[in-house]
Design a protein around this ligand. Structure first.
Ligand SMILES: [Zn+2]
Length: 87
């Protein structure tokens, strides 16, 4: 058995795994940073942190119940104006 060849092979394998580890750690870190940046800009952009029960269009009076996002991000399905939170 050629021990030096085996150590060479092992070294290459370890280096490769370390490289993969470093890349995935870097990707995870980047994802975390992007998530932190995204959530912080999101929370400052909205007046309310919770989703509204309903949004109303001030142009035509259309009411959208249980929207999946904030009213300011919704365009009225009827006339295309921006929607407002209905309290
Ligand atoms: Zn409308």
């Amino acid at each position: 058995m050629d021990l030096s060849k085996f150590t060479e092979w092992l070294k290459g394998k370890i280096t490769f795994q370390a490289f993969i580890l470093a890349v995935s750690a870097g990707l995870l870190l980047t994802a975390e940073i992007l998530k932190a940046v995204g959530s912080s800009s999101k929370s400052s952009g909205y007046k309310y942190s919770s989703l509204p029960k309903a949004c109303i269009c001030h142009e035509c009076g259309y009411i959208l119940r249980n929207p999946e996002t904030h009213c300011k991000d919704i365009r009225c399905p009827k006339c295309g104006a921006r929607m407002w939170r209905l309290e």
